[in-house]
Design a protein around this ligand. Structure first.
Ligand SMILES: Nc1nc2c(ncn2[C@@H]2O[C@H](COP(=O)(O)OP(=O)(O)OP(=O)(O)O)[C@@H](O)[C@H]2O)c(=O)[nH]1
Length: 297
């Protein structure tokens, strides 16, 4: 995989700043930047980060087709992180943004809410604007309403070590359905903290079943060991494309993915088809299987 320089920009909305002192997306789409140790915006400067420093562990697999690009593609998707307090939303956002403990750069990300990044998925660039501004506190109600309205796609995060957060995720799915009734919005249910095996309170099967019931996709991640985080963000791009773009375009992408698929993955896909053919009573199981596959609807 080739990595170019990543350009990370903070965006700012004056109304949000007034109320919450947090960073957000501007209504006019202009980007403002933050300089380390200054807390001052510098609208002229764009900070460039060497991705080798930040993506070593998670996004630099040789087998991956993801390329971090400094250019903004025309396909821009606003993705919103929602979920209970402490489930790891900001940790996932930080990985996406390339923030790392070993950070050694003149760029600093303040707050925890908006990141923009362009990545290559299935040979095409896509820009994700990631919003991590969900606020579970009572006074954050207006932010929650805002979040429910602005997303092109949603990542509903729970912690696999916290059943209450899993239940909250279901609630959020229902709220989202109410808020955006007529829209077919891509949603991925994300079971984070999968590294904490001994503290698990929610099984993979429960996560999948919930995704099937709520008609969304499902993935387990670990922000701590950076497992499946790249797959998550590539997956949400694919989910948006599957809904927005023509059938022909998506078929081409699927063919591209298949060409690049590893042999074990190809074998699993082939085996899945044989099992499905031989068992007609597997509708639920199959659906539950496909909710794991972020590259199909
Ligand atoms: N072991 C483990 N810890 C994690 C993981 N993700 C996040 N954490 C830890 O969980 C705690 C909460 O993480 P945050 O990213 O702040 O969670 P959040 O959902 O943004 O929380 P709020 O901002 O309060 O809504 C932190 O101590 C993280 O280090 C993970 O995948 N594994």
């Amino acid at each position: 995989m080739t990595l170019n320089n990543v350009t990370m920009r903070r965006t700012h909305n004056s109304s949000l700043q007034q109320q919450q002192q947090r960073w957000s997306i501007p209504a006019d789409g202009k980007h403002l930047l933050v300089q380390k140790d200054s807390n001052e915006y510098n609208p002229q400067k764009r900070y460039t980060i060497n991705p080798d420093d930040y993506y070593r562990r998670s996004w630099s697999s040789e087998s991956s087709d993801s390329v971090i690009s400094s250019e903004s593609g025309s396909n821009c998707y606003r993705v919103v992180l929602i979920g209970e307090h402490g489930v790891g939303k900001s940790s996932l956002a930080n990985i996406f943004a390339g923030v790392h403990d070993s950070i050694d750069s003149d760029c600093e990300v303040l707050g925890e809410d908006t990141y923009e990044r362009t990545l290559m998925v299935d040979g095409e660039s896509a820009t994700i604007i990631l919003l991590d501004m969900w606020d579970n506190k009572r006074e954050g109600e207006w932010i929650r309403d805002h979040c429910m309205q602005v997303g092109d796609a949603y990542l509903i995060v729970y912690s696999i070590t916290d059943r209450a957060s899993f239940e909250k995720a279901s609630e959020l799915r229902i709220q989202l359905r109410r808020a955006r009734q007529k829209e077919d919005i891509p949603i991925i249910l994300v079971g984070n903290k999968s590294d904490l095996v001994r503290c698990r309170e929610v099984s993979v099967a429960e996560g999948r079943a919930c995704a099937v019931v709520f008609d969304c996709k499902f993935i387990e991640t670990s922000a701590a060991v950076q497992h499946n985080v790249k797959e998550l963000f590539e997956g949400i791009v694919r989910q948006v494309r599957l809904r927005r773009d023509s059938k022909e375009k998506n078929e081409k992408r699927l063919a591209y993915q298949k060409r690049r698929e590893s042999i074990p993955k190809k074998a699993r896909r082939f085996w899945g088809k044989i099992v499905a053919k031989n068992n007609k009573n597997m509708a639920f199981k199959l659906k539950s299987k496909s909710c794991h596959d972020l590259s199909v609807l």
